[in-house]
Design a protein around this ligand. Structure first.
Ligand code: F0G
Length: 436
């Protein structure tokens, strides 16, 4: 059975060649996904092979995505040029202080901020840009709350394609904008929100023959799938009870669900871990859906200081619902204050992350308090972005100046403001002795 792009709508069930440039089903409009139905791997042999590749100096083996290339058979390193910046390879970090904060006995972070451009987007972008190159695309585009654009700009530059980036004007952190500029992207700041711009870009991409690298691109999801495979390799294939992830456009949770679906079908694991998806209160359509179980209702004016997840109409919601349900998972939402404080606690672990990532710890604290997550559970929380992505937020939090989108001042609960001192050794010594 050849690999195909398959419509996820079971009533339609159309499939298309992987060389067609489609993101949704041309027949019914539903999302499509990559499927390699003939794939069958020996779990023991594959796990051994993937581990052994860590010793290799080949670029495709050093990539924490292409190391698992049997699961990504839409590209062939023998015949396709693989665009890699050695993405993936992100650590599992134990964080006792964060565990105590959440009320857990232990907690492990999988820190995607260790990626080349500082977020999990690199795992997907290596796959999406490799396919773009194979399809002969000259220009690639995305709308982004920041990280996708930073990642796409880097991978397009590395591949020799031209990156075109659409950003919601005024709602992106400088760290991310700076990356897009530095990697040479044509950067368009549009006076609209993420959801409105995505609709615009989908039309423009079709008209101008530009390859779209948002997470609606099925190959991005394939690359992000390997985050879970790498995690399992790092855990020596012992399943955690929970995997916790922030939810924005819902590409990541869709990818994680697909990873485990495939691993289970091939006998690598016997069941799925339970997924917990955490959203920011002002941008929480997915969480509201799980509360009410009615129609999926987008949020028209999403707000949150965690700008990475400031999304009201997430494209991947049908895949994401399936991922959560098939894992007996849960979805919750957290306040701006909860995100800000959790973020500072991740910092106190010596780990650090960007605001959206800290939603995981904030969500866990809630889920442990409500009894949904057992305190002795084995939990991996995915930190999606690097601490340096949003320094402005950090400075404001620690100096008591961080305000919600509505203008309310947040508590600087774990604030750590810099101290201005005169050039006088005695006074400085006093301050050091008082404070440490
Ligand atoms: N965390 C960070 C740091 C992100 O940048 C994003 C998404 C998410 C979480 C949410 O992931 O969309 O897969 O549910 N950022 C996108 C962007 C939307 O444009 O960079 P998701």
């Amino acid at each position: 059975m050849p690999s195909v792009l398959a419509c996820i709508n079971t009533l339609c069930a159309s499939s298309f060649s992987i060389d067609e440039v489609i993101y949704t089903c041309p027949r019914c409009g539903a999302l499509v996904e990559y499927r390699d139905e003939g794939l069958s791997l020996d779990p023991h042999q594959s796990a051994k092979l993937w581990r052994a590749r860590r010793m290799s100096n080949l670029p495709v083996d050093q990539s924490g995505v292409w190391r698992f290339r049997e699961l990504l058979a839409f590209a062939n390193p023998e015949t396709d040029r693989i665009v890699t910046l050695r993405e993936g390879n992100t650590p599992l970090l134990d964080a006792p202080r964060a565990a105590a904060y959440a009320g857990l006995d232990s907690l492990t972070f999988k820190h995607q901020g260790f990626n080349p451009t500082g977020s999990f987007k690199d795992n997907g972008m290596t796959a999406g840009s490799t396919v773009g190159l194979r399809l002969g695309m000259k220009r690639v585009a995305c709308v982004s709350t920041g990280n996708t654009s930073a990642s796409m700009a880097a991978y397009a530059a590395a591949a020799g394609m031209t990156p075109i980036i659409f950003l919601p004007h005024g709602n992106i952190s400088y760290g991310k904008l700076a990356q897009a500029l530095e990697y040479g992207a044509l950067t368009l700041q549009v006076e609209a929100n993420f959801d409105q711009i995505l609709a615009l870009v989908r039309v423009l991409a079709d008209e101008l023959g530009i390859y779209l690298l948002n997470s609606v691109n099925p190959f991005r999801i394939e690359g992000q799938k390997t985050i879970m495979v790498e995690m399992m390799d790092q855990l020596d294939w012992r399943l955690p009870d929970w995997v916790v992830v922030p939810g924005g456009n819902l590409g990541n949770i869709s990818a994680f669900g697909k990873a485990f679906r495939e691993l289970k079908a091939m006998g690598f694991v016997e069941r799925l871990p339970r997924f917990a998806v955490v959203q920011a209160e002002g941008s929480a359509p997915f969480s509201d859906y799980f509360r009410d179980r009615g129609e999926f209702q987008p949020v028209t004016s999403p707000e949150t200081l965690a700008t990475a997840i400031r999304i009201g109409d997430p494209v991947s919601w049908p895949k994401a619902i399936d991922a959560v349900d098939s894992s007996s998972g849960v979805v919750c939402k957290v306040s701006e204050q909860e995100i800000a404080d959790a973020k500072a606690v991740v910092g106190q672990c010596g780990i650090g992350c960007e605001p959206a990532s800290a939603a995981t710890l904030a969500g866990l604290k809630q889920l442990v308090a409500s009894g949904q997550v057992d305190k002795s559970a084995a939990v991996v929380a995915v930190l999606t972005g690097n601490v340096l992505k949003d320094p402005d937020y950090i400075f404001k939090y620690h100096t008591g100046q961080l305000k919600t989108p509505a203008g309310a001042l947040l508590n600087s609960t774990f604030g750590n403001a810099p101290v201005v001192v005169p050039n006088e050794p005695g006074r400085i010594a006093d301050i050091i002795n008082q404070r440490t």
